[in-house]
Ligand binder design. Structure first.
Ligand SMILES: C[S@@+](CC[C@H](N)C(=O)[O-])C[C@H]1O[C@@H](n2cnc3c(N)ncnc32)[C@H](O)[C@@H]1O
Length: 441
């Protein structure tokens, strides 16, 4: 039975399913949910692309941040990194590879676990088993983390010291959709009308929806639609359950609740669908073949974390986070590497895309901590890579700039290598070596 047949079967049994249950089946149903299919949804041949694909600097800078966390925790061995929603394993491969450049035996202490509903081995296996090599594993997820009537699944791990990492995991969690009509909060359900799947509205399936909005101080206005992810609580609980001491790094697109639920900016919510790099906004179509996603409510991620002992330690845009860790320095040094022009251009374009306003640069990075005190983290210290006094600048400057490999997406492919492409103008005051003052190359 494929995902659509399973949805129709449930509707035939019960009349309707909540939109959250629909989304859970459409994305995760073992018999053909979108994320269970054999193809990789990320990349040129998939439906969307993510930061790890754009440039290895993303994984490399994450590994620099993980290195500092390891130092702060007094160099535990193993230092476990659990990446939830690891997808094709590219981030793991890049972090593991780059960790070999970091001192004091960090790579040997690193144990990296890729966790995903899709248990198929990915690129993490390509992490060369040479020199000081981190241990890398893949762990199959039992599925969704609760809400929508599913029971939370447990992680088959003993408590560890280290860090839980995710990139674009939470935006893939099923969401309930609510709308305010005539002063009443209604929930979206999926039904069958004249043989077709259709969205209908009725009383909320659970009081938790109104409770969430009330707790956030959000009052929807008449006609306003919003998405609510109840799975965040189960996820936070599970993360805290396995983390004895350490950090949680969450990277995703989203906003704080006040902004996310703004009646002026997002009156119809943020639910959207992607199919072959096109935003299609038709969740009931192409079931199992297209991605369905909604922006993350970071206020609720923080609140649910606090309930289970995860304290927020930093929150910023991806642009600020990567710049604080030294992305600009690596970008600047590309010219000195004397690579072929096309390779220099491709690496520049990839690095810049990671911090592009209106794109990946506006993604958010949240770090939470458990039993680690309140240390300052390099990723949240403006100009951390420029702080001369503590030697951090020298340290980051001593690290090699990572270069794209065939697994990364060359954003300049198909372009004339000599063409002027303005991609760097938004790094203010940043003169591009080899380029003119406006950042053209
Ligand atoms: C948008 S993709 C991001 C993949 C990858 N992190 C990247 O940046 O390319 C979301 C990933 O989260 C995974 N995922 C969603 N829910 C999950 C769960 N409950 N347990 C484990 N993985 C999950 C999906 O299978 C998918 O690989």
């Amino acid at each position: 039975m494929n995902a659509e047949e399973e949805i129709r079967r449930r509707i035939a049994d019960r009349g309707t399913v909540t939109f959250a249950e629909f989304m859970d089946v459409a994305l995760y149903w073992s018999g053909g949910g979108y994320y269970r299919s054999t193809g990789d949804p990320v990349g040129a041949h998939g439906d969307f692309y993510t930061s790890p694909l754009v440039h290895p600097a993303f994984g490399a800078l994450l590994s620099v941040q993980l290195f500092q966390m390891w130092l702060l925790m007094h160099r535990p061995s193993p230092f476990t990194v659990l990446e939830m929603g690891a997808g094709n394993g590219l981030l793991c491969r890049d972090v593991a590879e780059y960790s070999k450049n970091l001192p004091e035996g960090f790579a040997q202490a690193l144990r990296y676990i890729c966790h995903d509903v899709n248990s198929r081995p990915g690129l993490e296996k390509k992490s060369a088993a040479t020199g000081e090599c981190p241990e890398v594993f893949r762990l199959a997820s039992g599925g969704y983390f609760g809400g929508a009537g599913n029971s939370p699944v447990n992680l088959p791990l003993v408590k560890f010291c280290g860090c839980v990492v995710s990139n674009e995991l939470l935006d893939a969690f099923p969401v309930h959709q609510v709308t305010m009509q005539g002063g009443r909060l209604l929930e979206a359900y999926v039904a069958v009308e004249q043989g077709e799947l259709a969205m209908v509205h009725d009383e909320p399936s659970t009081p938790q929806l109104a409770d969430r909005l009330e707790g956030l101080g959000v009052a929807l206005v008449d006609g306003q639609t919003a998405e609510i992810c109840l799975g965040l609580a189960g996820w936070a609980g599970m993360v805290s359950e396995v983390l004895d001491a350490g950090f949680v790094i969450t990277v995703d697109y989203g906003r704080e609740a006040e902004d996310l639920y703004s009646k002026d900016d997002r009156p119809r919510g943020t639910l959207t669908t992607f199919y072959r790099h096109t935003q299609t906004d038709a969740p009931l179509r192409r079931i199992g073949s297209q991605d369905i996603t909604a922006q993350v409510d970071f206020t609720s991620v923080i609140n649910e974390g606090r309930v289970v002992g995860l304290e927020p330690m930093g929150y910023s845009t991806q642009k600020e986070f990567l710049q604080n860790l030294g992305l600009q320095g690596w970008h600047r040094r590309l010219t000195g590497l004397r690579l072929p022009q096309r390779q220099t251009g491709a690496n520049r374009a990839g690095m810049v895309d990671l911090v592009r306003p209106g794109g990946l640069g506006d993604f958010k990075v949240l770090v939470q901590g458990k039993n680690v005190g309140r240390p300052g983290l390099w990723g949240f210290q403006p100009g951390a890579s420029l702080v001369e006094s503590n030697g951090l600048s020298d340290f980051i400057d001593s690290l090699p700039a990572p270069l794209m490999r065939p697994d990364h997406l060359d954003l300049t492919r198909g372009r004339d290598p000599g063409a002027e492409v303005q991609v760097e103008g938004y790094w203010p005051g940043f003169a591009v070596p080899g380029g003119d003052e406006e950042g053209r190359f």
